[in-house]
Design a protein around this ligand. Sequence first.
Ligand code: FAD
Length: 431
Amino acid sequence: MAHVVVLGAGLGGTIMAYELRDELAGEHKVSVINNGSHYSFVPSNPWVAVGWRDRQAVEIDLAPVLARRNIGFHPQGARRVHPAERTVELNDGSSVSYDYLVIATGPELAFDEIEGLGPEHNTQSVCHIDHALKTREAFDALVARPGPVVIGAVQGASCFGPAYEFTFILDKALRDARVRDRVPMTFVTSEPYIGHLGLDGVGDTKGLLESEMRQHHIKWICNARVDKVEPGKMFVQEIADDGSVRQAHELPHAFAMMLPAFRGVAAVRGIEGLTNPRGFIVVDKHQRNAAFPEIFAVGVCVAIPPIGKTPVPVGVPKTGFMIESMVTATARNIGRLVKGEEPDAQGTWNAVCLADFGDSGVAFVAQPQIPPRNVNWSSSGKWVHTAKVGFEKYFLHKIRTGKSEPFYERLALQALGIDKLKQIKVEAAPD
Ligand code: FAD
């Protein structure tokens, strides 16, 4: 009998546990360790931050779902992974041993790398539901006392989509509140150009997003390095291609929301052979760590090198569909190992994204993630907003029912030509 432990029950970890339960025979044990007992749908946080959703609408109590699916649950969280002993030390001092471990801990938010950044200091965040609820209070204060707004993503950030989303969602919410005319908005980003998204653009995301910015009267600063944030003032340097400072900006703000850089969580950071210098888990094409082959990783915690050199560092985003492809590959590979076979599945890591703008949005598909690509498509329209709302309801239904990929999702993805697993061409051996 094998015990497979999933560490982290976010977007990747929950469906990882469900797919493992489907993959493994009943005698094998699957357990989940998470910080807390609730699943929270992170992509809804920009809506929470302007009051379009509340906590109840985007959270699910995992305990009954996991119990129903015969999956063990440790909501006390992990203090440290001990790969040599194949155990995970929990925050209450107890420990859980494993035969296979899947790390799905998402990111630690590195606000501390910039003076004055983050919800404890002078900028808001939408990365966590608690942050989004606090941002909602700041939004209400902004509506009561309108003033300049700064939104964006700092140096080293990898998650740009939510920064664009929140910009346009806030624009819509301020228009609805009839105060947008008193709120000058500036988008500040480490990307070398608008719509780069850490992917060197997808289709014409540059043209689409620049056009949206112009139409919504939003100014922008690219190649931006945020030096510090004081109450009401952000200090930004615009960096030229040769690394010199092209222009320094002091941006006054009544409200600011900046996506931070990410790093690996403390429970794994600094484990020789397991993580890179920023604490992300190093995996091979089968999602497996070479130094500790019984450890796999999925989601934002996986190490992916940047797509190319940029004047200010930017990371590669790890979006939902890409994470699901990692999950499906990992479930199959662990299933094979348990049966005494070698891993063979590779996730496609395709980037498929719906960026909501409150009443419209931008969608893109990058197949593969790194250019040149076979599919390099982006589009915009009101349909993206409708599709995003549908995706939220559908994903939460999936988590609530404990099922990962129902039949009709498989059909829809196949119809679109989007695969989760790479089709490996097996050459016939010469006679
Ligand atoms: P998470 O969902 O963050 O889950 C990590 C889990 O691990 C959490 O439950 C956490 O509590 C747990 N954990 C962490 N440390 C420990 C520990 N020591 N012990 C136990 N548990 C631990 N992608 C899209 O494709 N579409 C979108 O619209 C989209 N919107 C996004 C909006 C925002 C604001 C952000 C930040 C990201 C968005 N993404 C989106 C990107 C990505 O899909 C999400 O970040 C997604 O939640 C990542 O999934 P994950 O499983 O890697 O991490």
